[in-house]
Design a protein around this ligand. Structure first.
Ligand SMILES: Cc1ncc(C[n+]2csc(CCO)c2C)c(N)n1
Length: 221
């Protein structure tokens, strides 16, 4: 089994909890409230800004152009394409995308971003990939499962969202996995354990991000 297969298998209980989460079920069933969609997009807009900055830190640690290009392409993809699923949520909530931009981070989004930033500033490229990987991997699996289960037509309120994440194949997930598997091959068991901790934390924080949006989580004071 490859290193990233081991990571995925070890985190399976978290993946299963994400698939069952009421926000994800709400996408399948088209039952999310306007406020929940708005909270998600406000927080995710900031999350994606942070994600691009972390790609930038990763670029600063790259030793060849092939790797620089991969991270650079991913930044461009976030800027130009990841706006489509957000637009789907905005349309359903009856708001413009622009009015949801520039809000402060809620606790779980804050925690997730801090976790990725710590990996990026303190770690190596392997640490960064381990912390970034659950983002595309969980969304690709959610999208594929929802397309398979719901088989949405264009009249489903979250048709575009499901098409976007469910039909791109493994894409960036595979690119990150190939690199991480290659690099992890020469690492000690204790370093691999550290990478697993980075990966598992991001999986848990993916769960928390859905939960934050569903419960409209804010700082209590
Ligand atoms: C909390 C959260 N997690 C994952 C994604 C999905 N996503 C964000 S960037 C990206 C591509 C990485 O190059 C993917 C798949 C999201 N939008 N929000």
């Amino acid at each position: 089994m490859s290193f990233t297969e081991e990571l995925r298998r070890g985190a399976d209980p978290i993946y299963q909890a994400i698939f069952k989460h009421p926000f994800v079920r709400g996408i399948a069933e088209g039952t999310l409230d306007k406020e929940q969609l708005i909270h998600y997009v406000k927080q995710d807009f900031e999350y994606l800004n942070a994600y691009m900055r972390i790609y930038g830190i990763a670029i600063s640690k790259c030793e060849n152009r092939e790797h620089i290009q991969m991270f650079n392409e991913q930044i461009a993809f976030i800027l130009n394409s990841e706006i489509h699923p957000h637009q789907n949520f905005c349309d359903r909530a009856g708001v413009t995308y622009e009015e949801l931009q520039g809000y402060p981070l809620a606790p779980s989004a804050h925690h997730y971003i801090q976790h990725m930033l710590t990996s990026a500033y303190e770690g190596t490229l392997e640490d960064i990939l381990a912390a970034l990987l659950p983002c595309p991997w969980t969304y690709a699996e959610i999208g594929e499962r929802l397309l398979e289960e719901v088989k949405p037509g264009p009249d489903h309120p979250f048709y575009e969202w499901m098409q976007f994440y469910g039909s791109r194949g493994a894409g960036v997930t595979d690119k990150m996995r190939v690199l991480l598997d290659e690099w992890a091959g020469s690492l000690s068991e204790s370093r691999k354990l550290k990478l697993k901790e980075q990966y598992d934390s991001s999986c848990r924080l993916e769960y928390m991000f859905w939960d934050m949006a569903y419960k409209l989580e804010e700082w209590p004071v």
